[in-house]
Design a binder for this molecule. Structure first.
Ligand code: IVH
Length: 668
């Protein structure tokens, strides 16, 4: 074999093996046997030995171990992913500056100050302008390959523009805007899933999801802060970031080059105030020596670079006594441990309770009743326990053992593989689950039975009148009048409210049924895709997955739900009661917008936003929520969102008015 043939064969083998690794580890869907895989690998090893000049560090033969963490392939970092030294005050920062000056013999150092985002570090590789690989930080030495998941991050370009190097690595932080985080938690509450503690946890959890279409639903964002090339072409860090920005990479515009430590300190003061106005959380500032030559000269300690340091903003922390741990049972049976605290003042509010999230978090903290704990409130609303004052731990404090049985119904708890949360499986009998499901059913976004309300749900349950949604529809005036303090008028009101709810559309009934993972959006998608309950009940997992936005996990859960006899009986009862189990499919009025993607923003004079969306969809167009390079038109009303506007201008997406839209669909 001549060298050029060998080169070609090595490349082909590598690509093929990468693909098989991916199929095996990530998709868990191998298409060849282990033996066949080993044969290919052996051939590659042989050729690489014969022609070492064609052996790439990314070769499948070079992978460390190839172990999996939750199904991902692990890979050794090209350069270790180090952490940074932390400082909490200006004196320590000045000491850092003195060290840098004395090591370099310079009087004044040029620094770059960058906001430090508390997210998840990631290393991303670009080859010929294409995103080819993304690896998590892992333990700093090796991380997991999560390329497909990282590709779903909307603000990260998959293809670069301009004059980029043929191959480079760029590192940054994956995080979530506060709004996106709150929205996600809201959806989780609706879908009966436990909420996340902070944006960081979601970001890290999201990257571990095996189904990248699920990841795509998480509003993740990324900021890049460090560029690495094999041959350095930039003499300063700031130049390299400017260049990365010009290639289309999301480099934050908040960084600043500062001459000398005093300017750095001004930057810290400025952002200690301004950070509260940001749409994401920042926990400090990273200060880096700007000159690449000086960076090299300064080098590294075992764990951190000598040319960079992190300054952490103060957050408000208080210490207080942990009086007890209680366990809450949610509508879907999810158990949440709650810290009961000696009341303490924090950022102007009294804090008495804080979520401990799950058994892992409790174990991580090693929290014990009787401990003095640190409670912190950052920008977020929910206070969190960030640590324990071990110096104050009384001797012999017993370790906490997580409960094994439901505190409400004594059923043994279960915890599914790969899940952090414990569940009480007693859906049918466990009181908070039963009442929670009733409350969900009557809720504003489900059947919207305002005359019932949460309190009455509880009463009806306690009086054995309602145990499942269909029971509401058998309630009579007589039943209600038995209840204490129930007047004729209220009772009538309730019966009427329940009667009226029968008109609610299929998607709301479906959402109201409270199937795990079926939030408002999923319910809508399912209703539209399957049109009626019979089709949905008989749908296979594959048919469910085929629906836009429905991933493996949701599909399996929905499928399993309708394989339970009791659930089918309930559907039957609700149907007999006269609820709507058939979707009204918007009639296709035309195809004039086929293949076009629209985004809408602002307030309109002649139509509501929903009406405009319906018009687009009924003429074959698609509605999307954010402006991207795929957006064809931005329908702009008054008070249009500035970020959408800016993005549209940057990408050259045309703005149209509601009149323009009418014209496009020939309605004028
Ligand atoms: S530089 C050798 N810059 O903070 C350079 N890190 O404690 C090391 N981080 O693991 C990283 N914003 O995840 C750098 N502007 C920034 C950063 C930043 C956030 C994170 C990063 C790193 C950790 C260090």
């Amino acid at each position: 074999m001549n060298p050029s043939e060998a080169k070609q064969r090595i490349e082909n083998l590598s690509n093929e093996l990468h693909l098989h690794n991916y199929r095996y580890y990530v998709l868990a869907e191998p298409s060849i046997s282990d033996f066949e895989f080993d044969q290919l690998l052996k051939e590659l090893e042989y050729l690489e030995n014969q022609f070492p000049e064609f052996k790439s560090p990314e070769s499948p033969t070079q992978k460390v171990g190839g172990q999996t963490i939750d199904g991902f392939v692990t890979e050794k970092h090209k350069r270790a992913m180090l952490s940074l030294g932390n400082t909490y005050n200006e004196d320590e920062l000045k000491e850092f500056d003195e060290r840098v000056r004395s090591s370099t013999g310079l009087d004044e150092i040029e620094y770059v100050c960058e906001l430090k985002i508390d997210g998840l570090a990631i290393s991303v590789f670009f080859e010929n302008g294409e995103l080819v690989k993304a690896v998590t930080r892992g333990d700093g030495v090796q991380g997991d390959i999560v390329t497909e998941n990282v590709k779903t991050i909307r603000n990260l370009p998959k293809k670069l523009k301009g004059d980029f190097p043929a191959y480079f690595e760029v590192r940054g932080e994956i995080f979530m805007h506060r709004k996106g985080f709150e929205r996600l938690n809201e959806q989780r509450i609706q879908a009966g899933e436990p909420t996340y503690a902070n944006p960081r946890n979601v970001a890290s959890g999201s990257l571990k999801i095996k189904d990248s279409s699920e990841v795509a639903k998480r509003p993740l964002d990324i900021f890049l802060y460090q560029l690495y090339e094999d041959q350095t072409t930039f003499s300063t860090h700031s130049e390299s970031l400017d260049a990365a920005f010009s290639w289309g990479l999301p480099v934050p515009g908040t960084s600043k080059t500062c001459k000398g430590i005093d300017q750095v300190i001004d930057f810290l003061h400025e952002w200690d105030n301004k950070r509260h106005d940001l749409s994401f959380d920042t926990d400090g500032v990273v200060i880096k020596v700007n000159s690449k030559r000086l960076q090299e000269e300064l080098g590294f300690t075992a764990k951190t670079p000598r040319w960079a340091i992190a300054y952490k903003f103060q957050t408000e922390t208080a210490s207080t006594l942990l009086l007890g741990i209680t366990y809450q049972v949610g509508r879907t049976g999810a158990i949440t441990p709650v810290a009961e605290l000696q009341p303490v003042q924090l950022l102007g509010t009294t804090v008495k309770r804080a979520s401990l999230h799950n058994a892992n978090e409790m174990a991580r903290l090693d929290v014990r009743v009787g401990d003095t704990v640190f409670v912190e409130k950052g920008g977020e609303i929910i206070p969190k326990i960030v640590g324990i004052d071990f110096s104050l731990r009384p001797e012999g404090l017993p370790t906490e053992t997580y409960i094994t049985h439901c505190p409400e119904c004594s059923t043994e708890l279960v915890r599914n593989d790969g899940e952090a949360q414990h569940y009480c499986p007693n859906e049918e009998e466990c009181p908070p689950q039963v009442v929670g499901k009733l409350e969900h059913f009557i809720g504003r976004k489900a059947m919207d039975i305002q005359s019932v309300g949460s309190e009455l749900c509880e009463t009806l349950y306690q009086n054995n009148l309602v145990r499942k949604p269909s029971d509401f529809y058998r309630l009579t005036m007589e039943h209600l009048l038995q209840l204490e303090r129930m007047g004729e008028k209220s009772a009538r009101n309730i019966v009427e409210g329940i009667e009226n709810s029968k008109k609610q559309p299929f998607e709301r009934v479906l959402f109201g049924m409270g199937i795990r993972y079926v939030g408002e959006t999923v319910a809508k998608k399912l209703a539209q895709a399957f049109v009626n309950i019979e089709n949905l009940v008989s749908a296979s997992v594959e048919e469910l997955i085929a629906v836009d936005e429905i991933g493996q996990r949701i599909a399996e859960t929905v499928h399993a739900h309708f394989r339970v006899e009791k659930h089918l009986e309930e559907v039957q009862k609700l149907k007999e009661a006269g609820l709507t189990f058939e979707a009204v499919i918007a009639e296709k009025k035309g195809h004039s917008l086929e293949g076009k993607s629209f985004v809408i923003s602002g307030v309109f004079e002649k139509h509501s936003r929903d009406e405009l969306k319906d018009m687009v969809e009924s003429h074959g167009g698609k509605m999307a929520s954010g402006v991207t390079s795929k957006t064809n038109y931005l329908i702009a009303g008054s008070g249009i969102g500035p970020s959408k506007l800016e993005k549209a201008e940057k990408l050259g997406v045309p703005l149209i008015s509601e009149d323009d839209l009418m014209e496009m669909i020939g309605d004028r």
